[in-house]
Design a protein around this ligand. Structure first.
Ligand code: GDP
Length: 408
């Protein structure tokens, strides 16, 4: 019997984590551009970026309020949650980490791991958020992928799994060798679309050596891959992809990609990796909550269960007050009465919106696993649980934030 795939398996609730200045806003912009969500590339320096739509953010040039934007890639919906990189906003980082299923950690190819990258990484560890790493700014003078990977290994994770080899360096960085497919991707201009071709002759030996190192690192950590490696002394691209996905989702390895967001190089392979390796809402553990009298309860991402969701951001803008909600269980319909579990108030859902970069799309309903903006729940604050009044549930408070580190 043929089964229809659950559409939730094609959702990625994704965050971009980074030290200030590593390029998080630029990566986000390029993702929106690559996915056709925006037609024009925003530039950080001229204040036209789409996720930073608060004037205060534009003035300060840093991302203060997390914005959730939906975009589509390769049959998948990516809900992009923008997390602040500045240490002054640790609470907001904490709340956005809570609602993510996976993240891309962006590093500067010159600076490598910086203090804030380390503290956000630890927070993500505590929330069990699977990550892939993107070493950005490969076009900069002094950029060095191997050194950046060394700092990831030393300071963050013992198992960086590098799946690309850069073609050219600094100003001459033009592409990557994809070590999983053993093909090259070369960007002829800054529009973001790469030409797929054979591995350049002069890089073939090094690519083979690095592919071997990747296979060994994967086989060391993944039993099925180890079996194939012992039998055939190599790993097929399919086994490698499955093993990289498993290692990413279990947190036993971190896939590393590279590029230059500014030059729009490396964004499409990054999106492919997000879809291939990071989990969907169906692949993450059930959420836990408490309910007076009924004790602890677990809720899966099942649309048939009673509704429960977490407000992680509230935005008062031209469209009125919007509460951004991660739905953990059940189905939320326009007109539903929901209960703010902590405050004990009930309110009516006036509208449910999917926030695209430049517009809102009205929805009649949204199901577990999704992230939407809700109008009408006037009293709900960030951190509030909204739930079905007939099955009240208070989602557990987020784990404690790291003490704010001061950066010299
Ligand atoms: P954020 O603070 O992490 O959001 O970083 P931004 O995206 O605002 O980028 C910080 C600065 O680095 C800006 O001036 C960007 O234009 C620049 N930048 C971002 N990505 C790249 C890149 O790939 N190469 C170079 N050379 N500069 C970049």
């Amino acid at each position: 019997m043929r089964t229809t795939p659950n559409p939730l398996s094609a959702v990625r609730n994704l965050g971009i984590l980074a030290h200030v200045d590593a390029g998080k806003t630029t990566v986000t912009e390029r993702i929106l551009y690559a996915t056709g969500t925006t037609r024009k590339r925003g530039e950080v320096h001229d204040g036209t970026t789409v996720t930073d739509f608060d004037p205060q953010e534009r003035d300060r040039g840093i991302t203060i309020f997390a914005a959730a934007v939906s975009c589509a890639w390769d049959g998948h919906r990516i809900n992009l949650i923008d997390t602040p990189g500045h240490v002054d906003f640790a609470d907001e980082v904490e709340r956005s980490l809570r609602v993510l299923d996976g993240a891309v950690a962006v590093f500067d190819a010159v600076a490598g791991v910086e203090p804030q990258s380390e503290s956000v990484w630890r927070q993500a560890d505590r929330h069990g958020v699977p990550r892939i790493a993107f070493v950005n700014k490969l076009d900069r003078a002094g950029a060095d992928l191997d050194r950046a990977v060394g700092s990831i290994r030393e300071r963050l994770h013992p198992a960086p799994l590098v799946v690309q080899l850069p073609v050219g360096a600094e100003g001459g960085f033009t592409g990557v060798v994809d070590l999983v497919r053993m093909r090259s991707l070369i960007w002829g201009d800054d529009e973001g679309t790469a030409v797929d071709g054979a591995v350049p002759e002069e890089l073939r030996e090094e690519a083979v050596r690095r592919r071997r190192a990747l296979e060994e690192a994967v086989a060391e950590r993944h039993p099925a891959a180890l079996e194939e490696f012992c039998d055939r002394e190599t790993l097929s691209a399919a086994t490698l992809t499955t093993a990289l996905r498993d290692l990413t989702r279990s947190g036993d390895g971190v896939v590393v990609l590279c590029g230059s967001a500014y030059r729009n190089r490396g964004i499409e392979p990054l999106l492919d990796a997000v879809v291939a390796y990071l989990p969907s809402p169906l692949d993450v553990p059930a959420v836990r909550g408490v309910h007076d009298g009924a004790g602890q309860q677990q809720r899966n991402a099942d649309p048939r269960l009673p509704f429960a969701g977490l407000v992680f951001k509230v935005n008062a803008g031209a469209t009125g007050r919007l509460a951004y909600v991660r739905i953990y269980s059940g189905t939320l319909e326009k007109g539903d009465i929901v209960c703010d579990a902590g405050a004990g108030r009930t309110e009516r859902v006036a509208r449910i919106l999917r926030v695209m970069a430049d517009r809102h799309v009205q929805l009649d309903r949204a199901v577990a696993g999704d992230i939407v903006a809700v109008a009408g729940v006037k009293s709900a604050r960030p951190g509030a649980t909204l739930c079905d009044p007939g099955a009240p549930l208070l989602l557990e408070p987020p784990v404690a934030a790291d003490p704010v580190v001061s950066v010299a």
